[in-house]
Design a protein around this ligand. Structure first.
Ligand code: SF4
Length: 267
């Protein structure tokens, strides 16, 4: 792996996720060396701001922004001057990317118009790459965002295909995949991540890592469930720290770097 940068197969990833506690530091050390060799030592800083928070019609069981649950998050919109101010503050930290996110199933015309307006204002005043995370897209919306110069689009797979229906019923895993494929085909960078610790098995964690690797995303945010009050997963509990470290090692070894060979995957 160090020499050639080939990602591990799904069965090998499962072995990493099952390592005994005393082997975890060695797995993390290997993951670190793989990162340095194939990605380099640089760290990219990215700022994220929500243009529309809460009130989402989807039922992702982990999400306090769903309007279908009793979580205390309420719908809030941010105005454009506040967005531009946030972009300036983000750039001042040395960040390379400013991501505008919205809690929606997918953008409607009103949101697309606001995004276009926001992108134009930010580009006039701030030197920073702009990313978006606006849910599932149509081909027309993908083309619009790419045409407006959006550098990166975030759309997470969240969990393995086999576990997805347990945590989301209002849209499918295939719909998420479709947006991811369209984003890549349009030339935008794909940021596509995971949420670990929702009750999936270790086999499903390995399945997810392999499915993400097959997508060849540019960036993979690895998130761990913080169970939010009022959501269906509120009683899930926080995952064991060692299991989180095993997952970090396994996902890195599934995706050693931007130019890695894709392992045989499950999707
Ligand atoms: S689509 Fe996004 S914002 Fe809406 S409930 Fe699911 S994760 Fe939350």
């Amino acid at each position: 792996m160090l020499d050639h940068g080939c990602g591990l197969r799904e069965d090998q990833l499962l072995e990493i996720l099952q390592l005994p506690d005393e082997a975890v530091p060695a797995a993390l050390q290997l993951a670190h060396e793989v990162r340095l060799r194939h990605c380099g030592a640089d760290v990219e800083v990215e700022g994220i701001i929500s243009i529309k928070t809460g009130g989402c019609p989807e039922d992702c069981h982990f999400c306090s922004q769903s309007g279908l649950f009793g979580s205390p998050v309420r719908g809030v919109w941010l105005d454009i001057p506040e967005l531009v101010k946030a972009a300036k503050e983000t750039a001042a930290t040395g960040a390379a990317e400013f991501c505008i996110v919205a809690a929606v199933r997918g953008p409607d015309i009103k949101l697309m118009n606001q995004i276009k307006f926001a992108i134009d204002r930010i580009n006039e005043e701030v030197d920073i790459n702009i990313a978006c995370s606006l849910g599932m897209l149509t081909q027309g919306q993908v083309d619009q965002l790419a045409g407006w110069g959006v550098h990166r689009y975030n759309h997470n797979l969240e969990t393995a295909r086999s576990f997805f229906p347990e945590v989301v019923t209002t849209h499918s895993y295939e719909e998420r995949l479709e947006t991811c494929h369209m984003v890549k085909a349009a030339g935008m960078e794909l940021c596509c991540g995971a949420l670990i610790g929702m009750g999936e098995s270790l086999e499903q964690r390995a399945e997810l890592a392999a499915q993400l690797a097959a997508l060849e995303p540019h960036e993979v945010p690895l998130n761990f469930l913080n169970p939010r009050p009022g959501t269906p997963l509120q009683d899930q509990g926080i995952m064991d720290g060692k299991d989180a470290l095993r997952a970090i090692a396994a996902f890195r070894l599934a995706m050693p770097g931007p130019c890695c060979a894709t392992p045989a995957a499950a999707n």
